[in-house]
Design a protein around this ligand. Structure first.
Ligand SMILES: O=C1O[C@H](COP(=O)(O)O)[C@@H](O)[C@H](O)[C@H]1O
Length: 250
């Protein structure tokens, strides 16, 4: 069963999200010297800033120097490009931390050719897979208005990504949301992870929340993940996003 928490106040959502992340961090650090966590792009990054940097009670509890940060997906653009998930995380979170705080961040290698060629993109994905640990303690995820997460998109055209059972990182071409070329975790990475956590806010997510939680449409990567890994999956949503959801059983 998926754990769903619905909030009417944004500060309550981000605070509880932060409490959840810090709990996962502390649990991981009891067993290992590092907390291995992956970040997604999009609106999640702003929520992460609010809970891990701006929240004055939580910020001191974040042991940044013990974090090993990875990216659940990345757009194949230079890391300084506005579309880069790493670039956005750096600008909106890492650059806001005191300069003495050193965080281990494992991003895509943008010194490889970013020429859009299939061979180049395969190499970028394969190299990212090489630096991934066997399992992550926590995978932080967003949910697009079309039900995509990471760069796993719905629809027959992108089924090859969901069918991938060997490669842990694949490259996505012709993404319906620009930029077109991306690398993404595949389901095996989510399967091995300790916990999965989605954040979805705002009215643009209303219809897709209904499809995921009421219709349980497993053609959607997000609904499929709920079905496959529900026991370790949490959702933090606001009431605007959840306005059309009727079900109480997740
Ligand atoms: O393109 C992407 O979109 C999703 C969802 O973003 P959101 O802004 O609708 O929350 C994001 O999770 C993913 O990492 C990103 O590359």
């Amino acid at each position: 069963m998926v754990a769903v928490r619905v909030f009417s106040e944004r500060t309550a959502l981000t605070h509880q999200l932060g409490e959840f992340i810090v709990r996962k961090q502390d649990e991981a650090l009891l067993k290992n010297p590092y907390f291995k966590v992956s970040i997604s792009g999009g609106s999640l990054i702003n929520a992460l800033y609010d809970c891990l940097v701006a929240d004055k009670t939580l910020a001191p509890k974040v042991e940044w120097t013990k974090w090993q940060v990875y990216f659940s997906d990345e757009r194949i653009v230079p890391l300084t490009h506005n579309d880069s998930n790493y670039g956005t995380f750096k600008k909106d979170v890492l650059d806001k931390l005191p300069s003495a705080v050193q965080v281990s961040v494992h991003h895509m290698d943008d010194s490889l050719p970013l020429d859009g060629d299939a061979q180049s993109n395969n190499k970028i994905a394969a190299e990212y897979e090489q630096i991934l640990p066997e399992s992550l303690d926590l995978v932080l995820l967003g949910c697009g208005p079309d039900g995509h997460t990471c760069s796993l998109f719905p629809g027959e055209k992108h089924q090859y990504l969901l069918r991938e059972t060997t490669k842990r990182v694949a490259w996505c071409h012709d993404s319906p949301k620009p930029p077109s070329d991306r690398i993404t975790f595949t389901l095996p990475v989510l399967k091995e992870a300790g916990a999965l956590c989605f954040v979805a806010e705002g009215s643009s997510k209303q219809d897709i929340m209904h499809d995921i939680f009421d219709l349980k449409n497993e053609q959607l990567p997000t609904a499929l993940i709920n079905k496959l890994y529900g026991g370790k999956t949490s959702w933090f949503v606001n009431d605007e996003a959840f306005a059309k959801v009727q079900t109480q059983t997740f």
